[in-house]
Write a protein that binds this ligand. Sequence first.
Ligand SMILES: Nc1ncnc2c1ncn2[C@@H]1O[C@H](COP(=O)(O)OP(=O)(O)OP(=O)(O)O)[C@@H](O)[C@H]1O
Length: 317
Amino acid sequence: MTAALKVDNLAKTFSISGGLFGGQHPGVRAIRPMSFEVQTGETLGIVGESGCGKSTLARMLVGLLEPTEGSIEIEGKALDNADPAAFGRLIQYMFQDPVSSLNPRKTIKQIMEAPLKRLYGMNRAERDARIDEIFDSVNLRPEFLERYPHEFSGGQAQRIGIARALAASPRIIILDEPVSALDVSVQAQVLNLMRRLKSEFNLTYLFISHDLAVVEAVSDRIVVLYFGAVVEIGRAEEVFSNPRHPYTKLLADSAPVVGRPLTAPEQKDSELPDPLNPPPGCAFATRCPRATEICRDRDPALEQVGDDQFAACFHPL
Ligand SMILES: Nc1ncnc2c1ncn2[C@@H]1O[C@H](COP(=O)(O)OP(=O)(O)OP(=O)(O)O)[C@@H](O)[C@H]1O
């Protein structure tokens, strides 16, 4: 079966020019070459601390950033940054804070219409029909279409964000912290709606979040990122209950309470390697209780450590 998403050796280095480095610096390797697949209908959770590369990865996947290396395929079709509409028709990004990501001077209808014109060249009647259909699916009232983004509560705004992403008929939606700004009771409603829409529209989700409990609950598989690299990937029910990479264990141990976001490791930012001057070997070695000489010397590759579980570690748990 063709994967919904196939990422092959995808990498991004931001160049640093001028100033101290005089253009000679090799740049910040925000995403080191990574490869993974997501099957149709799957939800892949993506977790990691601030700065691990989640947004850079997401922005490459939706065509907002050009990769330095590697390729992205959706349902077997290779995507090229020269054709941004091809990304838009296949993969959409839903932002964490829909109110501030929606243009405040446009009505919801104008916001919903833009991708339909741009990606599909739909005429007015086709656009109206599509918007009606989507609004119905996400339980939004038609009169909301004439209002402006700031007129909505967090949960409603998030439903508008989903409607906007869905209008483009994508195959994949990237949900970036979709419920972290919402009250717990509203979170559950939005997550249920997302689950229903996934099966109704046969979608595939990439779910980015700091909240391990939410990621674990909604994902089929989870990718753990550290310093721009995949350190562990496996089934949701295994990754946090039976972590094999010491970093995944650190994350799991520091967020034991349901709904508690990933806080403890983030306070140790000073222990994160300097992106401008990365250490040789494993990027986690400086924080790792199991690190030995080889870890400080060589960068471990992702290897199979269990049934459908992979870790990049010389001394997996
Ligand atoms: N335009 C840029 N130029 C230089 N470096 C960048 C740029 N964008 C991101 N980076 C660096 O790339 C790395 C990954 O950043 P990214 O924003 O993708 O992380 P993140 O995991 O999404 O963090 P957060 O959760 O805080 O949004 C960081 O070291 C960041 O400083």
